[in-house]
Write a protein that binds this ligand. Sequence first.
Ligand code: CO8
Length: 259
Amino acid sequence: MTAYSDILLDTPHNGVQLIRLNRPEARNALRNTLLGELADALQNAARDEQIRAVVITGSDQVFAAGADIKEMAALDAVGLWKDPRPTYWKAIRTFPKPLIASVNGYCLGGGMELAMHADIIIAGEDAQFGQPEINLGIIPGAGGTQRLIRTVGKALAMRLVLSGEFIPARQALTAGLVAEVTQPELTLKRAIALAESIASKSPVAVRLAKEAILAGFETSLSQGLELERKAFLFLAATEDRQEGINAFLEKRPPQFKGQ
Ligand code: CO8
């Protein structure tokens, strides 16, 4: 397995790869090394048929405190333009398998944008979400303004981005940012259990479901319905669909193979 410095990879278990952000001294600030390693790990996970879902987590105190302010402060406009970060973000954005963020503590700036790249966020009661870039005289730069309005609507997106105020997990749940709130000590356990449950489904159906839902973010309803219809028809030709139906009729658990 590749050796990384800023992330830790657990041995995949029950089809789930756990990735831990691991820069405690900098509150998991997303320096280039970290984002590059994350992109690389996800690209490997995308190729590995044994891995059917990925969970990303931070520490008990912080998911990630944002971009690495010290690293980015050194970059002028041309430096930012040449920076590899957009390539890393693209690799995270296009990861085709389910990605679950398990969030405890601070989830700020680029850290919140990373969590929003996940398909599902599970948050501990202690989690705090915020886009404090405005306090630095800048704005979110990894999709924060766009994903927030599509996820929580204009009122809260404006409040978060313009004021830099944080919101607690419960409010993030009500706003639709977070899928579920847990006791802080149970967050990772729940995220892994959910990932394992998803990993036991047909990987083809899961992949197409993710693709169809994400398409809903950026396409018209009629185009989205068309895409869903085609994916639905495609799945009719898979062995997994037959296995799912047979298993139901035979009153046994299905064994999906991704075919
Ligand atoms: N980048 C770099 N280092 C950081 C960051 C960060 N985002 N966050 C914390 N650190 C470092 C601190 O500098 C400190 O280092 P040192 O020990 O060398 O002084 C160490 O981590 C510990 O930090 P604290 O003592 O502040 O830890 P606390 O547990 O008391 O507080 C907080 C944790 C609340 C998370 C606090 O650290 C904080 O507010 N961090 C910054 C949050 C923030 O503003 N995030 C948004 C970043 S901006 C962004 O994501 C997008 C664009 C960035 C471009 C910047 C260009 C100028």
